[in-house]
Design a protein around this ligand. Structure first.
Ligand SMILES: O=C(O)CCCC[C@@H]1SC[C@@H]2NC(=O)N[C@@H]21
Length: 235
């Protein structure tokens, strides 16, 4: 598939409630593929499952990009790109939490209007976040890339390039990259519908879990938690 550029036009805001909300407005009004919204400060960042997302001003990358005709596995595509940015040691906790040393360094929120063939991909990365900058409740689970505020913009540019490539990559390459970074492989997990041992990502991008009775189920979407650890917070 041909690489389609991301990042132009770009709207950079000093402060916004949520870049995803702003980008959704732009998408609904007909914004082109690749339209990017970034902000120095985000005051009401949205996370998955109705949670909030904390992003200390100037220390976190917050972006939302409009995609026309997004791929079916968009959350996994985003996870592959963010993990690449986060480095060789980064793992992906299916479907799209990116972990470094077991701590969540980035959040991904894909929202869309399939009937209008667009999606907004929102990503927050703790580029230079210090734990003291975060609400106390997140300090046990959140991580950081440990870089400097001046690295936020270079990280954005690297992430956009990685996203462009992964959006154009064949599915088998994407799945191979994610399987190599699978944070859940052979770990005990629980989810809304039960518990079991994670057995990898299947060819449809689903998480395969083996229950105690040996039955295997493939999860399409949703939150999965490591049985040994606390549920991840919203950072
Ligand atoms: O719950 C999660 O893990 C997803 C968090 C996604 C946060 C990002 S920050 C940029 C974009 N704007 C938002 O309001 N949310 C996403």
């Amino acid at each position: 598939m041909a690489v389609r550029r991301l990042g132009r036009p770009r709207l950079h805001l000093r402060e916004v409630d949520s870049t995803n909300r702003r980008a959704r407005e732009l998408a609904a009004a007909g914004a082109a593929h690749g339209t990017l919204v970034t902000a120095t400060a985000q005051t009401a960042g949205r996370g998955r499952q109705g949670r909030s997302w904390s992003a200390p001003a100037g220390r976190a990358l917050v972006l939302s990009v409009v995609l026309r005709d997004p791929p079916a596995l968009l959350p996994l595509v985003a996870a592959a790109a963010v993990a690449e940015l986060a480095g060789d040691s980064a793992l992906v906790k299916w479907p799209n939490d990116v972990l470094v040393d077991g701590r969540k360094v980035a959040g991904i929120l894909a929202e869309g209007r399939p009937q209008e063939s667009w999606a907004v991909l929102g990503i927050g990365v703790n580029v230079a976040v210090r734990m003291d900058d975060l609400p106390a409740g997140l300090r046990g689970t959140a991580g950081t890339l440990g870089l400097e505020p001046g690295d936020v913009e270079p990280c954005l540019q690297r992430l956009l390039c990685a996203l462009e490539r992964w959006l154009a990559a064949p599915r088998d390459e994407l799945l191979a990259a994610l399987r190599a970074r699978d944070a859940l492989a052979n770990r005990e997990v629980r989810w809304d519908g039960g518990a079991g041992t994670a057995r990898g990502i299947d060819d449809g991008g689903r998480l395969v879990v083996q229950r105690a009775d040996g039955e295997r189920v493939a999860l399409e979407a949703g939150e999965v938690h490591l049985a040994s650890g606390p549920p991840p917070g919203d950072a």
